[in-house]
Design a protein around this ligand. Structure first.
Ligand code: ATP
Ligand code: MG
Length: 629
């Protein structure tokens, strides 16, 4: 049944939604696909559901092809499994939780590892039952600190989440690879450029993990790539750590007056003028900058820490928070506030240092301050620094790591810079922005252990199952497709994802025009081509064209004045072409073009599957990560 503009539940909007920063948000609202209900929470209208349904259908087909079976969990879940796994705390304030009338804790699930694990435990008991891959397409809830950009970051959103269950690591590797191929196929079929990048597991736990990034300026993720094929989220980039340097013969540390050196540049200039090195000039990279930050742990406790890094680098708070080196679970990291600093008068603003000799540390858990002190990994033993002397107007020179000061650990907290070397030696890095549209994890045995999922192996011995978890943001993907495919005037969907295959416009008053449009519509539908017909009586062709541009179906058939000469106009908006076709040719030509577009999307998926092997994580890296499970 054709959709009819005369009755379709849609009202296009002239005004952008309040606070719209990105095209997808603006256009999905204006074209009548979604309506905002609350921050980060949207209501779906018929056109929105039509596109969403097509995206979900593709995801379902690719999951089936990868051997995954569909199930469906509630969004409202008892909190107990999440308490057992530790994520009741680890999710922190992102978790929506509530109580039932008997005072039991419930959550609105942000992701479903725990209950999938328990479902398999409930039903399976033998290695013969495995491998198993199951998935759902389901609504997730996360009380995001900054919901933004419409569907891109919602507090309620739809995710496809799949989980694999294997008896051994080789099985997990194979399950992971099958899902990885399914993702590359699905994104190719959805017409979304995407790059698999190495990532960090965050609160999920586990070992090897990759994110699928849609490269775009609207994204909140920064990733790096090298000409040699390395690609990673900045959070996952590891610095190349130099070998320790012997420090015999390095001058002893000495404290000097350094008046009027408010910046690193002025400090370096004064150092070269008044306390020159014997071997070369001091540079900003020889200064040890100590940055006071505050970690908020999942349980709400706030911890002041100091991060030491070379003075030519800035701290990247998100990268540092994402490393997992600050504590268990999802931590928040921000610059220390005046209040944090007031609580630590031993920190002399502008002159903070680790202490001038090993016997009198000022920073570190072993020092009187008990402030955790973490260093950039490049600050290896033997490196020689200028840093604060913990007195106003004074710095300490020739302070040697390992000889004069130690830290509580290292942290990858420095901003990754363009030109830094790729960790795998594949050349200098370039930086780009993107949106995370999916992430796949080799979870390993963490959840199976926490929730006691075991099966009997071939020898009758109970063995803990190893798991993978695979998320794909369905509604976020829809926003990204709208980002990738739109014009100045509206959405412009890939043909096979449009809410209807063809938009027929009755562009004139005569009964013959309406009749011809209806005939074309009926004939297309008889061929299995779906149609949205603009059959509104009292709406001018100009308005109909504007709505068609906003709604974004790429094939538009205009039945209007040309009919007198036996022709109708067929617009291919993606190719930006208009053709007048004799009435008799319109239907066969359109049917052929649309079938070809669907076939092309399928072929893109096949091509992506062939390419998948080339971008697979190097086996060694994955194996090494596995060893940590
Ligand atoms: P982000 O870093 O963007 O917050 P995440 O890493 O927390 O995402 P995952 O837990 O990996 O997200 O969830 C799997 C997928 O679900 C993501 O790759 C993304 O596509 C989607 N997703 C996650 N959070 C949201 C959200 N708030 N709104 C829409 N989609 C989301
Ligand atoms: Mg993720």
């Amino acid at each position: 049944m054709a959709l009819r503009m005369s009755s379709l539940f849609v009202r296009t909007q002239k005004e952008d939604p309040v606070g719209a920063e990105v095209a997808s948000h603006r256009l999905l609202h204006r074209a009548g696909y979604i309506r905002r209900q609350a921050p980060g929470i949207y209501t779906w209208l018929p056109l929105g559901l039509a596109v969403l349904g097509k995206i979900e259908a593709i995801v379902r087909e690719e999951m089936a092809l990868a051997g995954s079976q569909e199930v469906h969990f509630p969004g409202l879940l008892p909190a107990d499994p999440y308490k057992t796994s530790g994520r009741w705390e680890a999710f922190g304030p992102d978790l929506f939780h509530l109580k039932d009338r008997r005072d039991n804790d419930y959550i609105l699930a942000p992701t479903h590892e725990e209950v999938f694990t328990l479902l398999v435990k409930d039903l399976y008991s033998s290695y013969k039952d495995l491998p198993l891959s199951i998935y759902q397409i389901q609504t997730k809830y996360r009380d995001e600190a900054r919901p933004r950009a419409g569907l891109l970051r919602g507090r309620e959103f739809i995710m496809k989440d799949a989980y694999s269950f294997d008896v051994d690591d080789a099985g997990l590797d194979a399950s992971y690879e099958a899902m990885r191929v399914a993702y590359l196929r699905a994104f190719a079929r959805l017409g979304l450029p995407c790059l698999p990048v190495e990532a960090t597991p965050g609160a999920m736990g586990g070992s090897g993990t990759e994110e699928f990034i849609y490269p775009s300026e609207v994204g909140e993720d920064t990733f790096v790539r090298s000409a040699g094929g390395y690609a990673a989220n900045v959070e996952a980039v590891t610095s190349i750590v130099p070998d320790p340097i012997p420090y015999e013969g390095t001058p002893a540390a000495h404290v000097e007056d350094t008046p009027d050196t408010p910046t690193i540049e002025t400090l370096v200039a004064a150092a070269n003028a008044n306390h020159p090195r014997e071997d070369r000039e001091w540079t900003a990279a020889d200064t040890l900058k100590n940055v006071v930050c505050a970690v908020t742990h999942p349980d709400g406790t706030r911890e002041v820490i100091v991060i030491g890094l070379p003075g030519d680098r800035e701290v990247d708070l998100d990268r540092a928070a994402g490393t997992g080196m600050l504590g268990d679970g999802e931590v928040d990291l921000e610059a220390a506030t005046a209040e944090d600093l007031a609580a630590h008068p031993e920190l002399v603003k502008g002159y903070i240092g680790p202490g001038n000799d090993l016997d009198h540390p000022v920073l570190g858990l072993e020092s009187p301050s008990k402030i955790r002190y973490l260093l950039d990994p490049r600050i290896v033993d033997g490196t020689r620094w200028i840093t604060g002397a913990n007195e106003p107007g004074r710095h300490v020179f020739d302070l040697v790591a390992g000889r004069d000061f130690v830290a509580d650990g290292t942290i990858e907290a420095a901003q990754v810079a363009v030109g830094d070397p790729a960790p795998d030696g594949s050349g200098p890095l370039e930086l780009a922005r993107g949106v995370e549209i999916g992430q796949i994890f080799k979870l390993g045995r963490r959840y199976a252990e926490a929730l006691d999922l075991k099966v009997l192996d071939a020898n009758g011995k109970a063995t803990t199952v190893t798991m993978g978890s695979y998320g794909l943001g369905v509604t976020r993907v829809m926003a990204c497709i709208a980002e990738e495919y739109h014009s100045e005037d509206g959405l412009l969907w890939p043909q096979h994802l449009a809410p209807a295959d063809v938009h027929v416009i009755v562009a004139g008053k005569g009964a013959d025009i309406a009749e011809a449009a209806e005939t074309i519509t009926a004939e297309l539908e008889a061929e299995g081509i779906s149609v949205l017909i603009d059959d509104r009586n009292k709406v001018s062709p100009g308005f109909k064209f504007a709505d068609a541009e906003l709604i974004g179906i790429p094939t538009v058939i205009v039945v209007g004045r040309g009919l007198a000469d036996g022709v109708v106009e067929v617009r291919d908006r993606l190719a930006d072409e208009k053709t007048d076709l004799p009435v008799a040719e319109v239907v066969p030509a359109t049917v052929a073009a649309i079938r070809e577009a669907y076939a092309k999307a399928d072929a893109a998926a096949d091509a992506a599957a062939v390419d998948a092997a080339e971008t697979a994580l190097p086996a060694a890296a994955v194996d090494a990560a596995d060893a940590n499970v």
